[in-house]
Write a protein that binds this ligand. Structure first.
Ligand code: PEP
Ligand code: MN
Length: 258
């Protein structure tokens, strides 16, 4: 079902009056984690000012260490909903438990399935059972074939509103957090009709190269870019080193011209 052979036309994912795929690229920005109402509000105000209409923010955080901040859970989704309705934004947040998939649509517009859960087949099946758009991240060491098979699980369940996002893969290279696989963009676009996005934050882990990497992604045909933004990155409860502050976000956005 995900194959271009099966469907020639690009899938267009609709979020109200915003469309992803087959047209103008979309910018998704927001904090790594939802930390407080005020923190999310500050980011939302900056997005609104920039004309960016889709905000991300993690409420269920799949952290490598059990001692790291695990997210605010449902409380975080409530904060996203409240702020989004105040600023007229669409929201994306990660869901990690199949039992939360149905409930999520009460709070958020797009369900993210994270890299660590790309092959959580019960989660993928649950995502296939709803009609909420899904943003599926490429696994930490997933091949393109495995990535497309994971998306297939969701479509096989009946949910056609699926977006793919390249977020870097593990290699021996240490200069970046992961290795951004730019070639995945044109390959996924050729193999599949689903929208393809690139997360410059988790792939590179380096703010100093977000802009050139985002430009490369767009040049390669990406339908959108994801970037993390925090009002005060130094105090962030997750990914402190690789979130843009508000001023850096405005500069990034201007440079990108999307
Ligand atoms: C995220 O986007 O918040 C995240 C945890 O990313 P990934 O699943 O790509 O590591
Ligand atoms: Mn993050």
């Amino acid at each position: 079902l995900v194959s271009r052979k099966n469907q020639k036309a690009d899938t267009i994912v609709t979020l109200g009056d915003i469309t992803v795929g087959g047209g103008k690229p979309v910018l998704i920005a927001g904090p790594c984690s939802v930390e407080s109402y005020e923190q999310v509000r500050q980011v939302a105000a900056a997005l609104k000012q920039a004309g960016v209409t889709v905000m991300r923010g993690g409420a269920f955080k799949p952290r490598t260490s059990p001692y790291d901040f695990q997210g605010l859970g449902i409380e975080g989704l409530k904060i996203l909903k409240e702020v989004a309705s105040e600023f007229g934004l669409k929201t994306i947040s990660e869901i990690v438990d199949p039992a939360h998939i149905e409930l999520a649509s009460e709070y958020i517009d797009v369900i993210q399935i994270g890299a660590r859960n790309m092959q959580n087949f019960e989660l993928l099946k649950a995502a296939g059972q709803v009609r909420t758009p899904i943003l599926l991240k490429r696994g930490l060491a997933a091949t393109i074939e495995e990535f497309l098979h994971a998306a297939e699980y969701i479509l096989a369940g009946g949910n056609t509103q699926v977006m793919l996002i390249e977020r870097g893969i593990r290699t021996y290279e240490k200069a970046t957090r992961n290795t951004l696989d730019i070639s995945a963009v044109p390959i996924l676009k050729q193999e599949s009709h689903l929208p393809v996005l690139v997360d410059v934050t988790h792939s590179t882990g380096r703010k100093d190269i977000f802009a050139p990497c985002a430009k490369a992604a767009l040049a390669a045909g990406a339908d959108g870019i994801m970037v993390e933004v925090h009002p005060d990155p130094a105090t962030a409860l997750s990914d402190a080193a690789q979130q843009l502050n508000i001023e850096e976000f405005h500069r990034f956005h201007t440079e990108l011209q999307i």
